[in-house]
Design a protein around this ligand. Structure first.
Ligand code: FPP
Length: 241
């Protein structure tokens, strides 16, 4: 039943799925003597560069880390800014993303964010559902460990209500977006070199790419550089060749 870990690709072509940790908004703003919120605003605008780059380079799947389960411990004012920017992003970008053939979906918890926000997210998912050029996934109130815990709960619940003999290797089917392929490449900006609880199950064999640039400075050229470096990597998936 399990197909999740079956990828055995060795030759390197374009990555099919790129996951991005958009880090450094705050430092970008402070460096300019501005408020952290200015960095987040510029960061939400840089998402456009990523989407344009992915469309140009025909990358079919992009996932971005917009708000982590740990980000709730930031000051409330900053949390509010981040959610306001997300609401603004949905309102401002929906028409264009629809026109450009982008399908948007969200992963993460939906029980701790406002009903209004959830309804906007669902609207975006519904209205872009038939698009096929690029699948853009936003991780909101997302944490990899939390996703795994919720997946286990869902699997145990399914076990009680169906006759299917689920086993631990079926766990991926209960993750937030089981239809997404595993990320081939994880990009993180701002010089930090860690996954920070992002797609920790799915990124088991991802190539990691780091840049010192802060997220608001991310351009299509940055994406092209990451992909060029990725194409030089030799993915062995545990094999010798
Ligand atoms: C890290 O910068 C970034 C985040 C906490 C979340 C990313 C959010 C955005 C890009 C803006 C909103 C997104 C959308 C899609 C509308 P940081 O604050 O940790 O930077 P620092 O490490 O320099 O403090």
């Amino acid at each position: 039943m399990s197909t999740h870990a079956d990828s055995t690709q060795v030759s390197i072509s374009n990555p099919k799925h790129i996951a991005v940790i958009m880090d450094g908004n705050g430092r970008w703003a402070m460096r300019k003597g501005n408020q952290r919120s200015d960095g987040h605003k510029a960061g939400s605008e840089a998402v456009r560069n990523l989407v344009s780059g992915a469309l140009d380079l025909k990358i079919p799947y992009i996932t971005i880390y917009a708000f982590s389960t740990e980000n709730w411990s930031r000051p409330k004012a900053e949390v509010d800014v981040l959610f306001r920017l997300l609401a603004h992003f949905i309102e401002k970008e929906l028409t264009e993303l629809k026109e450009r053939g982008v399908r948007v979906r969200f992963i993460g918890r939906r029980d701790r964010i406002s009903k209004f926000m959830v309804s906007q997210m669902e609207k975006m998912e519904r209205e872009t559902n038939n698009n096929t050029k690029l699948s853009l996934t936003l991780a909101v109130d997302y944490g990899g460990r939390d996703e795994i815990h919720r997946a286990i709960d869902r699997m145990m619940e399914a076990q009680q209500t169906s006759n299917t003999p689920w086993s631990a290797t079926d766990l991926h089917q209960f993750l937030d977006a089981p239809e997404l392929p595993d990320p081939d490449l994880v990009i993180r900006t701002s010089g930090e070199m860690r996954l920070s609880n992002f797609l920790i199950y799915q990124a088991a064999y991802a190539e990691l790419w780091f840049t010192e640039e802060y997220w608001p400075d991310f351009t299509q050229e940055t994406l092209a550089r990451a992909i060029a470096d990725y194409q030089k990597r030799h993915r062995r998936f545990g094999k010798i060749k």
